[in-house]
Design a protein around this ligand. Structure first.
Ligand code: SF4
Length: 913
C-alpha cells in the first residue's frame, strides 16, 4: 500500500457536498499540509446553512488510506482460492472489455449487467447508463437506489407523469402541519429534522405528526405519533382520503381542472376505509389518535407529507406513495409554498441517478425506455449504435438471473450487494457462480469484493469531482481537494476506458465537466411542445459550462432553463402552473387497494423484522466504520424487541440472540429501547462480514418486491428469535488485531488508537491465561501482564502494559454484564498510566467515582450517558438548553438532542417530577 506520507497535500479550503444522505449538505473541507482535514458546514449552502450532522462532521476521520484499494487487481490463477494479484490498468481494462465483449458475442447483450449505486456522481452514472443502454444495447443496469426509493419514482410517474419531486426543504418550514411517514428523520436526515425542530421552536403551533411502527428519536418532537402496524399505510391514507371527501376538504376547482381519476380512487378508499374505527383496527391504532390526525390534516392547508424508506421499502410501496399523493391531489395541496408530498431520498445521489436513467426501466434525462420517440431522441443525440429496447432486470431479479446463468458477467460499482440486498446469501451464491465479476470500489476487502475476478480502484469522496442532486432537486458540486492515492481513477473514466476498449465511440471525454455538459444538453434536446415531448427535467441553463464555470457552479435546483437572467436559484417547487407531465397536463389519482406484506408471520416465524439505519453509521460502514467518533454511539448490531416478546422467546437484554428467517440467520445483542410494539423487532442494516462474524441482516430479509417498482420489502420479514447459547462473553481493547480463531461471535469497533472487539464463545476456556495471551499475541514471560481470575465465578481479566502504556486488555465473564469499556478506552490516549489508573485497570473502572462517562450520546463532544444523567440529577437540569450550556452536549450538530430529551424525561419520571 502507498503510505499516506508519500502523497503531497495542497493546503486550502474547498466547498463540496457531504457524501452521505439525500439532504445534500454543503461542506467546507480544509486540507492541511500533513493530510489532516478539518470539516465544517458550508454557510452559503441552502440545504444546511452551515450546519452538519455528526456523520458529516466526522468526514475528516474517514479519508485516510487504511484499507483502501489503490491498484487494479485480477485473478491471475484459475484457482479461486488464490488471492487476486496486482496488475496494470491496461491489463485490468483489457480483461474487463474482452470479458464483456466475448460474452456479448456468444450470448447477446442481455447476458451482461451493471449494478451501480446512489453513491456515484451524476457523471459516473451518466456514462454507465450510456454504455449499457446505447452501446451494449441492454437495459441490464440497475442501482442500489432500487432498494430505497424506486417506489417513490414509480408513484411520481403514475401520479405526475414523470419522476418529479414537487416541493423543497423550505416548504417544511412554511408548513403548518408536517407529517413524517416511515421516516426516522432525526437519525436518517438529521439536518432536515433540525430545520423542522427550529421552526417548531419559533412557531410552536406548527404541528408534527410521525407515522411509524417504531417510537424513534423523531417522535421526541412530535405532537402525535401514530405507531401503525407495519405495512398498513394504504389503509390509513385511504381512510384519510375518504375522511377528506366527506368533510368538505376537496379542492373541486383543482380536482376538476388539473386531475383525472378521483372517482375511482375514492371508490376504492370508501369501500374499506370509510369508517375510521375500522381503519384504526386495520392499522392497530387508537381510533381517537387516528381521528385527530385526520382532523388536523383536513384543517391545515399548508401540509407537507414527507415520506421515506418506511413507505418505499414494501411489496405495496408504490401504492403507499400514491395513497399519500392522492390526499394532496384531492385537497389541491401541491405546487404552492408549504405544501405537497415529499419523498426524502436516502442516498447522496439517488436523484442524480434518476436524472440519467440509472434504473433498469428508465432512459436518460427522464425519458422512457418503452417510448419509441424517446428512444429515438436519445439514440440520435448519442449517435448510439444499439439502443436497449425494453426494460432490463431490476436488482433482485438481476441477481437471480446471475445465479441461473442467464447473466454471465456483472460489473458492480460503488456498492456492496452481498450485504445490502435482500436474501443476501442468494447474492453470494449468484456471484460465486458468475463467469466474470468486476468490482469498482474504494475499499479492498468487502463482502462483495471477495467474489471479484477483477478489482478496479476508484476515487473516493474528497478525491473525485462532479455533481450530486439532493432530495429537493438541488444539484451541488462534489469537488476534489485530496491528491489521487495510488492508481485510483474516477468511475466515469474507468467506464469510458472500458467502452473505448470495446470499440465504442462517444466516450472520449477529456474532463468531467464535458460529461456534465453532455448530460445537460441531452436534457434540453428536442425538449418542448414543438417536438411533442415537453419534459420537466431540463438543465439547458447549465449547458456549455467550461471547466472554470463548472468549477464555480453554485448549488441550484432544476429545472433550470436559463442562467442568463441571473436566476441562480433554479426552480424551488414544481406544478405552480397546475400543469403535470402526463400528455393531457393533468395529474392522476391512483386507486390503491390495501394489501398486507407478501409473507405473513406464522407459528414458525412469529415476529415481523423491520430494518433500518442508526444515527452515526452509513450503509455498510466502509467509510463511517473508520471513524472512532462515530463508533461509540451504537457499537454493535442489536435486535430491538419488546420485553414481553423477549421473555416469550427466552432471551434477555444484553444477551446475544439468533434471529432466523426462511432465507438466512444472524446474531445480535438483545436491546429494549421501549419503542417497539409487540410481535415486531428492529435490526440495523450496517454490520457485515468485515465488521462482525455473523450480523448481516440482509441475509434474513425476504426477496419479495413491489410489483410496480421492484423495491424489496425491507420493513417486514417473518422471523424468529432464540437464545444464542454461549459459554462466555468478553471484550478486547487492543492496539493490534487479536487472533479470533477460537471466538464464536465477534464485532470489531474502531477506537482512537485501538480496536475494540466484543466477543462470545461456545467452547469453555480451560486455561484462561494461556488462552488470553494467545488471543492477544503476548509472550507473558517477559511482559508487564496483569491478571485477575475468579475461578468459581468464571471471571477472568488481563491487561498488557508496554512501556507504561496500556497495549491491550481482555475481560471475560459467563454473563454479558461486563464493565463499561469507556474508561479503559480512554486510557489508550494516555502516554503513561499513573498509579490510580493502574489500580483501576483490572476493575475496568476508575477508583474515583464519576470518571466513567458511559455509552456515548453526544458523538461531537464525546459526552456519555452517565455524564449527562449525573449533571441532570445533581444540577437539577430540566431541558436540553441547560444540558448544552452545562456540558456542550447537543450544542454542535444537534443529532443527539432527541436522545438528551429522552434521558431528561426518563429522569424526571424516575424522580416523580
Ligand atoms: S444530514 Fe448529515 S449525513 Fe445528511 S447530508 Fe447533511 S451532514 Fe451529510
Amino acid at each position: 500500500m502507498l503510505p499516506a506520507e508519500k502523497l503531497s497535500y495542497k493546503p486550502g479550503s474547498t466547498l463540496t457536498t457531504c457524501p452521505y444522505c439525500g439532504v445534500g449538505c454543503g461542506v467546507r473541507a480544509t486540507l492541511h499540509s500533513d493530510g489532516q482535514v478539518d470539516i465544517a458546514g458550508d454557510e452559503s449552502h441552502a440545504s444546511n446553512y452551515g450546519r452538519l450532522c455528526v456523520k458529516g462532521s466526522a468526514l475528516g476521520e474517514t479519508v485516510d488510506l487504511d484499507g483502501r484499494l489503490l491498484y487494479p487487481k485480477m485473478r491471475v490463477e484459475a484457482d479461486a482460492t488464490q488471492p487476486l494479484q496486482r496488475v496494470s490498468w491496461d491489463a485490468a481494462l483489457d480483461q474487463v472489455a474482452h470479458g464483456f465483449r466475448s460474452i456479448i458475442e456468444q450470448h447477446g447483450p442481455d447476458s451482461v449487467a451493471l449494478y451501480v449505486s446512489g453513491q456515484l456522481l451524476t457523471e459516473d452514472y451518466y456514462i454507465a447508463n450510456k454504455l449499457m443502454k446505447g452501446y451494449i444495447g441492454s437495459a441490464n443496469i440497475d442501482t442500489n437506489s432500487r432498494l430505497c426509493m424506486s417506489s417513490a419514482v414509480a408513484g411520481h410517474k403514475r401520479a405526475f407523469g414523470a419522476d418529479l419531486v414537487p416541493v423543497c426543504y423550505e416548504d417544511l418550514e412554511l408548513a403548518d402541519l408536517v407529517v413524517l411517514v416511515g421516516s426516522n428523520t432525526a437519525w436518517c436526515h438529521p439536518i432536515l429534522f433540525q430545520r423542522i425542530a427550529r421552526i417548531k421552536e419559533t412557531r410552536p403551533q406548527m404541528k408534527l405528526v410521525v407515522i411509524d411502527p417504531r417510537r424513534t428519536a423523531t417522535c421526541e418532537l412530535a405532537d402525535l405519533h401514530l405507531p401503525l402496524k407495519a405495512g398498513s399505510d394504504v389503509w390509513l391514507f385511504n381512510g384519510l382520503l375518504s375522511f377528506l371527501a366527506r368533510n368538505n376538504a376537496i379542492d373541486n376547482n383543482f380536482v376538476d381542472t388539473s386531475t383525472n381519476g378521483m372517482a375511482a380512487a375514492l371508490d376504492v378508499a370508501e369501500s374499506g376505509c370509510v369508517d375510521h374505527g375500522a381503519v384504526a383496527k386495520a392499522c392497530k391504532l387508537d381510533p381517537h389518535d387516528l381521528l385527530t390526525f385526520y382532523e388536523w390534516f383536513a384543517a391545515h392547508e399548508r401540509t407537507v407529507t414527507a415520506f421515506s424508506q418506511g413507505v418505499n421499502q414494501s411489496s405495496s410501496g408504490t401504492d403507499k406513495v400514491n395513497s399519500i399523493i392522492n390526499c394532496h391531489l384531492l385537497t389541491g395541496r401541491i405546487g404552492r409554498p408549504g405544501m405537497g408530498p415529499f419523498s426524502i431520498t436516502g442516498q447522496p445521489n439517488a436523484m442524480g441517478g434518476r436524472e440519467v436513467g440509472g434504473l433498469a426501466n428508465m432512459l436518460a434525462a427522464h425519458m422512457e425506455l418503452e417510448n419509441p420517440q424517446h428512444r429515438q431522441t436519445v439514440q440520435d443525440f448519442w449517435q448510439a449504435p444499439r439502443m436497449a429496447e425494453r426494460p432490463g432486470l431490476k436488482a433482485v431479479d438481476l441477481f437471480h438471473a446471475i445465479e441461473s446463468g442467464r447473466v454471465k458477467a456483472v460489473w458492480i460499482i460503488a456498492t456492496n450487494p452481498v450485504v445490502s440486498l435482500p436474501d443476501a446469501d442468494q447474492v453470494q451464491r449468484a456471484l460465486a457462480k458468475c463467469e466474470l465479476v468486476v468490482v469498482s470500489d474504494i475499499i479492498e476487502k468487502t463482502d462483495t469484493n471477495a467474489f471479484a475476478h477483477v478489482l478496479l480502484p476508484a476515487l473516493s469522496w474528497g478525491e473525485k469531482d462532479g455533481t450530486v442532486t439532493s432530495s429537493e432537486r438541488r444539484i451541488s458540486r462534489q469537488r476534489a481537494f485530496l491528491p489521487t492515492p495510488g492508481e485510483a481513477r474516477a468511475d466515469w473514466q474507468i467506464l469510458c476506458q472500458v467502452a473505448q476498449r470495446m470499440g465504442f465511440k462517444g466516450f472520449d471525454f477529456a474532463a468531467v465537466h464535458q460529461v456534465f455538459d453532455e448530460h445537460a444538453r441531452l436534457s434540453a434536446y428536442r425538449n418542448g411542445d414543438a417536438f411533442g415531448q415537453r419534459r420537466t427535467f431540463n438543465l439547458s441553463g447549465l449547458s456549455g459550462l467550461d471547466q472554470k464555470q463548472f468549477d464555480a457552479m453554485a448549488p441550484v435546483q432544476w429545472p433550470l432553463t436559463t442562467l442568463a437572467s441571473g436566476d441562480k436559484r433554479g426552480t424551488p417547487r414544481l406544478f405552480a402552473d397546475r400543469r403535470f407531465a402526463h400528455p393531457d397536463g393533468k395529474a392522476r389519482f391512483i386507486a390503491t387497494v390495501p394489501r398486507g406484506p407478501q409473507y405473513a408471520t406464522d407459528s414458525d416465524y412469529p415476529l415481523s423484522l423491520n430494518t433500518g439505519r442508526v444515527r452515526d453509521q452509513w450503509h455498510t460502514m466502509t467509510r463511517t466504520g473508520k471513524s472512532p467518533k462515530l463508533a461509540d454511539h451504537v457499537p454493535e448490531s442489536f435486535v430491538d424487541m419488546h420485553p414481553q416478546d423477549a421473555l416469550l422467546h427466552g432471551v434477555r437484554e444484553g444477551m446475544l440472540a439468533r434471529i432466523s428467517s426462511r432465507w438466512g440467520e444472524m446474531v445480535a445483542r438483545v436491546q429494549h429501547s421501549g419503542g417497539i410494539a409487540r410481535d415486531s423487532i428492529f435490526v440495523p442494516i450496517h454490520w457485515n462480514g468485515q465488521s462482525a462474524s455473523d450480523a448481516r441482516v440482509g441475509a434474513l430479509v425476504n426477496p419479495a418486491v413491489d410489483p410496480v417498482s421492484g423495491e424489496p420489502e425491507f420493513k417486514h420479514t417473518p422471523v424468529r428469535v432464540e437464545e444464542f447459547r454461549v459459554a462466555w462473553y468478553g471484550f478486547v481493547l487492543s492496539r493490534s488485531r487479536p487472533m479470533l480463531d477460537d471466538v464464536t461471535h465477534w464485532t470489531r469497533i474502531q477506537g482512537r488508537r485501538f480496536n475494540r472487539y466484543e466477543l462470545a464463545g461456545r467452547s469453555p476456556i480451560s486455561e484462561h491465561s494461556t488462552w488470553a495471551a494467545a488471543l492477544l499475541g503476548v509472550d507473558t514471560a517477559d511482559a508487564d501482564w496483569l491478571e485477575y481470575q475468579d475461578v468459581s465465578a468464571g471471571i477472568y481479566r488481563a491487561v498488557h502494559v508496554v512501556d507504561d502504556r496500556i497495549d491491550a486488555c481482555v475481560f471475560l465473564s459467563p454473563r454479558p454484564d461486563l464493565p463499561s469499556r469507556a474508561w479503559l478506552a480512554s486510557l489508550f490516549g494516555k502516554e503513561k498510566l499513573d498509579d490510580a489508573d493502574r489500580i483501576g485497570l483490572l476493575l475496568g473502572q476508575p477508583i474515583e467515582k464519576g470518571v466513567d462517562t458511559g455509552p456515548t450520546v453526544c458523538s461531537c463532544f464525546g459526552i456519555g450517558r452517565n455524564t449527562i444523567c449525573d449533571a441532570v440529577r445533581k444540577q437539577g437540569l430540566t431541558n436540553v438548553a441547560q444540558v448544552t450550556a452545562c456540558l456542550k452536549a447537543g450544542g454542535n450538530c444537534g443529532s443527539c438532542v432527541p436522545e438528551i430529551k429522552k434521558l431528561l424525561s426518563e429522569i424526571l419520571v424516575e424522580e416523580g417530577a
